[in-house]
Write a protein that binds this ligand. Structure first.
Ligand SMILES: Cc1cc2nc3c(=O)[nH]c(=O)nc-3n(C[C@H](O)[C@H](O)[C@H](O)COP(=O)(O)OP(=O)(O)OC[C@H]3O[C@@H](n4cnc5c(N)ncnc54)[C@H](O)[C@@H]3O)c2cc1C
Length: 337
């Protein structure tokens, strides 16, 4: 167990914001976590669970205790229904995807290279290239910070939706996830109809990809499209893509002509927030030390030495412009602390 006071979080958030927390505790097992939870006093509160910090924006020093999982390990069990892979919440998510692909456990490959840890995959319902964590999450184990007891949840109980879960909503800051069990398949059913996966495969003359080839293509596309947080601090997509009623979408088409969209259901359309931000002229622009990435308008970046409030000022300016131009409210995906 690690227990530090006045701890610097710069290396623990991918925006690279230079802030501190009053106390930082890292635990390596459920027993250690239970011991910590049952010894915390009101003076240690508030509490914040931090994974890899790749979806966090700190706007000030955190005047409380940060809990960080370093629970490692994974166990795979073959059953009639598939392979059940139980992973410690402190495992790096992409290490798990890599392990799955190399060991013929399929279902996670489209989520390759998403930064962060296993614990957060179940909070955030991470998603990319037509796949979401909810498609493979079977069970989530956690410790309840209110009762100090262990508990577990089925996929349904987590109420997953696009980038949402009960852990992000009603249960926010209540549970520390310790293990996540994923249900994977021994049969590889590639999902290729998203983004430019097929075009990339064609370029490489690959007709029927193996899981390794699909993972490599996704890694290359992501590396090409997204800034490396080690080079330019960022937290991936800053905003969620808004879902609007079909009538609103048709109004936008009447105003702007060709509007990119994905059909959610018969009555709703999802509009890419990045497209709207780009239409507002923000792509590649800066406001002080915060900026909008030049290849991907959905990604806000730390141009160097930015504070959380600089990123928030840029976020607010973008939200305002998108609202003025399109009449749509866009909402941050990033957790602003
Ligand atoms: C370059 C880049 C690209 C990205 N691309 C994608 C993408 O394609 N798709 C996508 O979905 N996301 C993407 N993200 C966002 C990010 O990778 C995910 O949200 C990820 O799941 C965050 O993991 P983390 O461990 O860093 O969590 P953190 O950012 O530390 O925390 C995120 C949330 O989870 C909670 N949390 C973390 N660990 C635990 C735990 N053990 N128990 C309880 N709560 C916990 C935190 O309190 C917080 O609310 C990207 C980020 C970056 C920087």
């Amino acid at each position: 167990m690690k227990d530090f006071y006045d701890f610097n979080l710069k290396e623990h958030n991918t925006f690279g914001i230079d802030v501190k927390c009053r106390r930082f505790i890292e635990f390596e097992s459920v027993d250690e976590l239970l011991q910590i939870v049952n010894s915390l006093t009101d003076a240690d509160k508030p509490l914040l669970v931090l994974g890899g910090g790749s979806n966090m924006l700190f706007t000030a020093d955190y005047e409380g205790t940060v809990l960080h999982s370093a629970i490692k390990g994974h166990v795979a069990v073959q059953t009639d229904e598939g392979i059940m892979l139980r992973c410690g919440s402190g495992e790096v998510w992409d290490d798990i995807v890599s392990l799955c692909v190399s060991n013929r456990m399929y279902g996670a490959e489209n989520l390759s290279l998403i930064p962060g840890d296993v614990g957060a995959s179940a909070v955030q319902n991470i998603g990319a290239y037509g796949a979401e964590a909810k498609d493979i999450i079977l069970k989530v184990e956690a410790v309840d910070l209110q009762t100090g007891k262990m508990c577990e949840f089925t996929n349904e109980e987590c109420e997953y939706a696009y980038r949402k879960s009960k852990f992000k909503g009603e249960w926010r800051n209540r549970f520390v996830i310790t293990y996540v069990t994923y249900k994977l398949s021994e049969v590889f059913c590639p999902c290729l109809d998203y983004g430019n996966i097929r075009a990339e495969l064609e370029k490489r003359n690959i007709k029927v990809p193996t899981a390794e080839q699909l993972r490599n293509v996704i890694i290359d596309i992501r590396n090409e499209k997204l800034p490396d947080p080690k080079v330019e601090g960022n937290a991936g997509s800053f905003f969620m893509n808004p879902v609007v009623p079909k009538a609103k979408y048709e109004e936008l088409v009447a105003w702007f002509g060709n509007v990119p969209h994905y059909s959610v259901d018969d009555n709703n359309e999802k509009i890419p927030a990045g497209w709207m931000i780009d239409q507002c002229g923000w792509k590649g622009k800066s406001l002080g030390k915060a900026g909008v990435h030049s290849r991907q308008a959905l990604v806000l970046v730390n141009r160097g030495g930015a504070e959380g409030k600089d990123i928030v000022a840029l976020c607010d300016a973008i939200k305002r412009d998108v609202k003025d131009k399109f009449g749509i409210d866009i909402v941050p995906e990033v957790n602003i602390i």
